[in-house]
Structures are given as C-alpha cells and as structure tokens.
Design a protein. Structure first.
Ligand code: ZN
Length: 611
C-alpha cells in the first residue's frame, strides 16, 4: 500500500520554518497556535520525492498495479488448479514457466516497495504495520520462487511451506485489493474541504500535544459538518438574534460550493447582489451604489431622487450589508431600516442641513475609509467602520438651520440645556441615541454586549462633537502634531482622533467635490445662512459671519473657506491618507473657478438694496 499525500499537505510543507494555524475551539479559548516544524516531526520532501509520490499516486500507475494484482490472482489460481489436475511430471514442466511469470510479478511488487520507501521514507511508509507483513510475504514468496526455479526436486517439508505461502499470497492479494479500493477513493476526492480534512487527520497522527489533537478534531468536526461560518456561543441573552443570525448564515454557507475561481467570483458577485437586493434598495440606486459606493464624485441629489427621498436610509442599509454590520450589531435589516427612517425624519427641511447633507457626509466618510484606505491604515474593525458611518449619518440630526451662536444669543432652549457648549453637536447624538432606546423596534444597539455598546456610543459621540467648528483650529493643530510625532499610531492611540477628523473633514468636504455638486451645496448653505441673518436682523441680534445677504460675496466666501478651513483640513488628511493625493488638487481647481466669479458677485451685491 502506498501512502497518498494531498495537495494541501504538499503546499503546507513548502514553508520549512513553521506552520501557523488559527484554531477556534469551544473547548479552549481562541488562540494563535504556532506549530514549529520540529514539533510536528514531519519530514520535508525533496522535489524529486514529491514527483515520485505524485507519479505513484497517479491513475495510470494505480490501474497498472490493479491489473498486475488481477494477473497474479489468476496465476495463483492456475498454479493451484494445475497442481490438482496434472501429475507431478506434467506439473513440473509447466510450473517452471509459471514460476518465471510469478517471479516477474513479484519483482514488480518489490520495485513498488522500493519506490515507496524512497518517496516517503521508511517511517512514513511503514506507518501502516500491515505493510511490513506484505513486504515479508513478497520477499519470502520471491525466495520460494527462486528456490523452485533453482531446484525443482524439493522435500515434502518445503512443499508444505510453499503451500502455506501460496495461501499467504492470497492474503497479500486481498490486502492489495483493499489498498486499491482506498486509492480509488482518494483519486475521486474532489473538494478542497475533503483534502483539508485528510490533511488535518494526517497532521493529527504525527502530533504529540493532546490539546492540539483536540483542536484538530474540532476543525475536522466544523469542516465536516459545514459549520465554519456559524457563530459560536456569544451571548445567551440574545438567543433570538443568534437564532436569526445562524439561520441567515446557514443560508450563506449553502452558496459556498466548491467551484473554480472564476465560477466562485461570479457566484460571489451574484450572492453579493442577491444580498443587497433583499434590502429593498431601489434597483437604479443599488446599481449606482454597487459601482460607486466609495466614489467621491457620486451625486447625492441624484441618489436621493432615485429612491423617493430616502437616500440616507438606503445608503446606510447598503453600508450595513457591505461591511457585514448586521452581524456585528446582531440585528435584522428591518431594524436598521426603521432606525434610519426615524433619523431621516428628524432632519428638518433646511436648505442645507438636511437629510441629503447627512447622506452626503456618510458617503464621503465611506470614500475616505474605503477608497483612501483609512480602513487599512487605521486597521479599523467592523465596529469602527460602523461608528464612522453612523456618526456621518446622524451628525446633524434635528439641525434647526441655525448656528450655535444664534441659539446661544437668542437664549434658545437647546443652548440652555447644553450650557452653550457645542450646543448642536451635543444635541444631534443625544437625540439619535434616544430614538434607539425609545423604540425597541428600531433599536440598532439593543443586541450589542454592553461593553461594545459603550465603546460604540463613546466613539460616535466624539466624532459628532468634532464637527463643532469652534474646535476646528485647535483640534487640527493637535492632529497635525500627532501625525508628525515619532510615536504616531494611526491604528492605535491616534485612531479615534483620526476617525474624528474623517467625520469632520467629510462635513466640510464640499469644495473637494466636482464643481457642479459643490456649487449646489454652496448656494444651499448660503441660503440657510442668509435666512438666519434675516432672523438675526428681525430680532435685533448681531448678524453672524456670512449671514448677511446684502454683504456676503458668495465667491469670496468660498475662496476664504477653501484657504482657511478646507485646504488645511485635507492637508492634514493627506498627512495620514496618501491615497487622497489625486483628489487634493480639486480644491485649487474649484478655488480658481470661484476667483473668476468674485467680480460677478460684487456687481450682484451692488445691484440689490438692503432693507
Ligand atoms: Zn454637517
């Protein structure tokens, strides 16, 4: 019998230093096991040994040996039959020919043993102890055949021993037949999963550590039962959510058939699209999001129109599916839809600070996370991604279309509630957490373990607070100094600060977009500011910066906004996201366009009479 080696085993042996396996066990905590090569006590095979192993395991050799075993069986049958039928002289005449044939067959079997010993080594080859007996039988058979051919006049004792050996040769044939049945099974192995299981089983045989053997049993069990992608025991309090999750994941694993790479990719794409389709995102919007979800130039107004004014809800559903956040939050899509519907309703119909602005900021955050690779640079996990996108979506919830200064100066209740400190930036997340906890049906945080919820809540609040322009200059200075510091850790202690900047920069990102989109936003924001200025004038309050429709030159204001706010902000972003570089020049291009318009707006202002 020839021990067969799987492809996976061969590949795994290519790295001679160590093998690394990640093993998740219910019996033991999750851990990274590094198995040194020496501990595995596995022999490394040379290229020629591997080639011979492949050859020996090949179909043609297997079939040839099966043919030879069949021939040997017939030969032994003929020898036994002729011995009975013929008298001694007649038999002796024929038997020398038969002995020569038998000798030939036995030599082939001997060669097969030598090749196996060379290719696998004595230890591995004789791991199956029956092979030692096979070898003995073949060697003794060879001895008797040579003995017969050398001297046909044998004593009765030798004849008895020969008869016994003939019986033993039949045993050898049965053994060989069994081997081929196994080889035939091996040759029909077609799925990687089966090869992996075989490899693990072989690995287990050579391991000494009992705990590792238990881990391997666990792996084999999970692969064998197609449970690789099912959640382990996480939180018994969330039994319903877990049941739903397991159910939905079982659905996912059904798709994981063993296919070629191309088929797998196509299958994967279909699966992805099918999963998105389940979210009921209108098809035309879904098509755009699938192609452009991380694109800086996606048109937020068009996206919102394509889904009947529910752009924010559909975008967030898309992100939840795209980043696997339903599984992170252990919630159903309908809860997420419900939550963001409530958030969306809370956005007032302001010219600028409305649901489309929220959608646009969440979208720009995703551009920085994905296309500009902050996910990689900050080593963001799914929770971090969720925090950034949710912060983007909720960051202006309930915005009254008035600035903090106006609310403070007009002694607004919000200013009284939040003690004049980042009034709106306190108000937005506060209301959004109330939405969740005020209605179980839309509570996206409900199934999170408390420590995770605390982490997510803290992170979201910090990001929304960072959108207060009052802290813009000081925070930007600190972030710049952190980026320049030798101990800067974008994936460690500086991660939250950078996440804050991602949301804040997205909030002021209009000048980085295409001019057509940017111009629309500019007109909207100034319309809102001027409405506030009108109110301030009516109330006898000082008119805030940019809020006087009779003195504010839109083009000049934008040039200043780019120079003093947006460009320094994105220069800082560029400091830790080099992939942003190609987009940075948009600022100068857009600034040049506004500069050309300064004179035009001057004339416009001169033509209108202040009230
Ligand atoms: Zn905003």
């Amino acid at each position: 019998m020839l021990p067969s080696r799987s492809d996976s085993q061969q590949r795994s042996l290519e790295n001679p230093d160590k093998q690394t396996m990640r093993v998740d066990s219910t019996k033991r905590t999750d851990k990274l096991i590094e198995v040194p090569r020496k501990k595995l006590n596995m022999r490394l095979y040379t290229e020629s040994e591997q080639k011979i192993q492949d050859y020996v395991n090949s179909k043609i050799v297997t079939i040839s040996i099966i043919g030879l075993v069949g021939a040997y069986a017939i030969l032994i049958f003929i020898i036994v039959a002729l011995e009975e039928l013929l008298d001694e002289t007649e038999f002796n005449n024929v038997s020398s020919i038969l002995s020569w044939i038998e000798l030939g067959i036995l030599i082939v079997f001997i060669l097969e043993i030598f090749v196996g010993l060379y290719a696998w080594g004595i230890k591995k080859y004789y791991k199956d102890k029956w092979l030692i007996l096979d070898t003995l039988i073949i060697l003794l058979s060879l001895f008797f055949v040579i003995f017969e051919l050398a001297d046909q006049k044998t004593s009765n004792v030798i004849k008895v021993i020969q008869a016994v050996f003939r019986f033993l040769r039949i045993f050898l044939l049965i053994r060989k037949a069994q081997t081929f049945r196994r080889l035939a099974t091996i040759s029909t192995i077609s799925t990687p999963a089966e090869k992996i299981v075989r490899f693990l089983a072989e690995l287990k045989e050579v391991l000494e550590d009992e705990n590792m053997k238990l881990d391997i049993d666990y792996c084999i069990d999970k692969i064998g039962n197609n449970q690789l992608y099912q959640m382990g025991k996480l939180d018994e309090d969330n039994a319903e959510a877990m049941a739903w999750l397991n159910q939905s994941q079982q659905g996912k694993t059904e798709v994981k058939r063993i296919l070629t790479n191309e088929q797998q990719q196509q299958q994967q794409q279909k699966k992805v699209i099918a999963n998105f389709q389940k979210l009921n995102i209108p098809k035309r919007l879904l098509d755009i999001l699938i192609k452009q979800h991380d694109d800086l130039y996606i048109d937020p107004f068009e996206c919102d129109k394509l889904c009947g004014g529910e752009g924010l809800v559909n975008l967030m559903l898309f992100f939840f599916e795209n980043y696997n956040l339903f599984d992170v939050f252990l919630i159903k899509p309908k809860v997420v839809r419900g939550y963001f519907e409530e958030v969306m309703k809370g956005y007032l119909d302001n010219p600028y600070h409305n649901k489309v602005h929220a959608q646009d900021v969440a979208q720009t955050c995703n551009f920085l996370l994905s296309k500009c690779k902050f996910i990689e640079i900050g080593q963001l996990d799914e929770q971090d991604i969720a925090c950034v996108l949710i912060a983007g979506a909720i960051h202006d919830y309930g915005h009254p279309g008035l600035t903090n200064a106006f609310l403070i100066n007009s002694r607004n209740e919000l200013a009284l509630t939040y003690n004049d400190q980042s009034v709106l930036e306190m108000y937005h997340p506060s209301q959004c957490f109330k939405i969740a906890w005020g209605n179980q049906k839309v509570n996206i945080f409900e199934n999170l373990q408390f420590h995770k919820y605390r982490r997510i809540r803290e992170s979201i609040i910090l990001m929304v607070l960072s959108t207060d322009m009052a802290h813009h200059a000081s925070e930007l200075a600190i972030t710049n100094s952190r980026i320049a510091a030798p101990d800067f850790e974008p994936n460690g202690k500086d991660k939250q600060r950078l996440m804050d900047l991602i949301v804040h920069s997205s909030d002021v990102s209009n000048p980085t977009k295409s001019y057509e989109i940017y111009k629309q936003w500019t007109e909207k924001v100034l319309t809102e500011f001027w409405q506030q200025g009108d109110k301030e004038r009516d109330l006898g309050l000082p008119i805030s910066y940019l809020c006087n429709r009779y003195t504010t030159n839109m083009a000049e204001a934008q040039v200043g906004f780019i120079d003093y706010v947006v460009k320094p902000t994105f220069a800082c972003v560029l400091g830790f996201l080099p992939a942003y570089e190609p987009f940075f020049q948009n600022l100068d291009k857009n600034k040049a366009k506004w500069q050309e318009l300064i004179e035009y707006y001057k004339q416009q202002l001169a033509s209108i009479q202040p009230k």
